[in-house]
Ligand binder design. Structure first.
Ligand SMILES: O=C(O)CCC(=O)C(=O)O
Length: 296
């Protein structure tokens, strides 16, 4: 039965789809007004990149970036870099949906905005988030807040359904982490990927172990995706605690309470070490990948 939760957010069918396929789209989480507030700030952040010539703690720049034509691939850590994105991470409808997928206690462990701008937006090669940040259990997912409509032709997220229950694939090249799978040797039929599309204000939820990537934006319209990485409070990043203090760690709790008792569930883990030669973002990590799937 396709029952709505008490809040009407994320039906039983959507929760089952998330469990079976490793991803689902839930519509109308953010209102047009919420989206307008976020994109207004985002436009200001991108315009301010005119003063920046190197990647830094806020900006990952497109290789074609110049001060006259600021071209930003990614805003790093928007949760920390602008209060609007911290406010929206606690949006009641988003929290209600996350409770359906992860239970009552969860925290934000990372955030980013991938801009995939009209005509030049960067591709993201096939990967599993799990290869970047394995945890003690896999109640870990990424929310993609669609700041624009995500359509078939503006480089939508592509996901291999069901791959979240399989192995963790090799994300190394020449003995170093490279943040991508080799499409020629991984043995996956990547043509069976599902396109994740939806209207602005919708959210995709994808499991940290599911294989995903995205191609070029061939349209004349931006495809801006705000990604919040969320983990059950008892899923601990096995690389350690990122925040410098317990208070900062506790501030990342979006619902429920923190715990110092991790839940241990065996999962296939490969550590992202030795670290990537090119650090700073997935785009940088993947820049030395020899066998690419998506044309740039
Ligand atoms: O923006 C996209 O299409 C892919 C996002 C992603 O997988 C990532 O940034 O890790």
């Amino acid at each position: 039965m396709n029952t709505l939760s008490a809040d009407g957010i994320a039906s039983d069918a959507q929760v089952s789809q998330y469990r079976d396929a490793g991803f689902v789209v839930v519509e109308d989480i953010f209102s047009p007004r919420d989206i307008a507030r976020m994109t207004e700030i985002l436009d200001e952040l991108v315009a301010a990149a005119a003063n920046v010539s190197e990647h830094n703690a806020v900006y990952d720049l497109d290789p074609s970036h110049t001060p006259d034509h600021p071209r930003v691939r990614r805003i790093k850590n928007p949760f920390r870099n602008h209060p609007i994105f911290a406010e929206m991470a606690r949006h009641p409808k988003l929290l209600a949906a996350l409770t359906r997928f992860l239970g009552p206690d969860f925290r934000l462990h990372g955030s980013k905005i991938n801009l995939k701008s009209a005509d030049y937006g960067a591709t993201v090669e096939w990967h599993q988030d799990w290869a970047f940040y394995p945890h003690t259990n896999d109640d870990v997912l990424a929310v993609g807040v669609m700041l624009d409509d995500m359509t078939e032709d503006n480089g939508p997220l592509l996901i291999i359904p069901g791959s979240h229950t399989g192995p963790t694939y090799d994300h190394h090249q020449d003995g170093r982490f490279i943040g991508a799978m080799d499409p020629q040797t991984c043995g996956i039929d990547l043509t069976r990927a599902a396109q994740v599309t939806g209207k602005a204000g919708s959210c995709s939820f994808h499991h940290a172990r599911v294989i995903h990537g995205s191609g070029q934006n061939r349209s004349g319209k931006d495809r801006r995706l705000l990604l919040y990485q969320i983990a059950a409070a008892d899923a601990w990043d096995i690389r350690g605690m990122e925040e410098p203090t317990w208070e900062e760690y506790a501030n990342t709790i979006l619902a429920g309470a923190p715990t110092i008792e991790p839940r241990l569930v065996p999962t296939p883990i490969r550590l992202p070490y030795p670290p990537a030669e090119h650090a700073g973002s997935i785009y940088e990590n993947q820049s030395a990948l020899k066998n690419r799937y998506f044309s740039q």
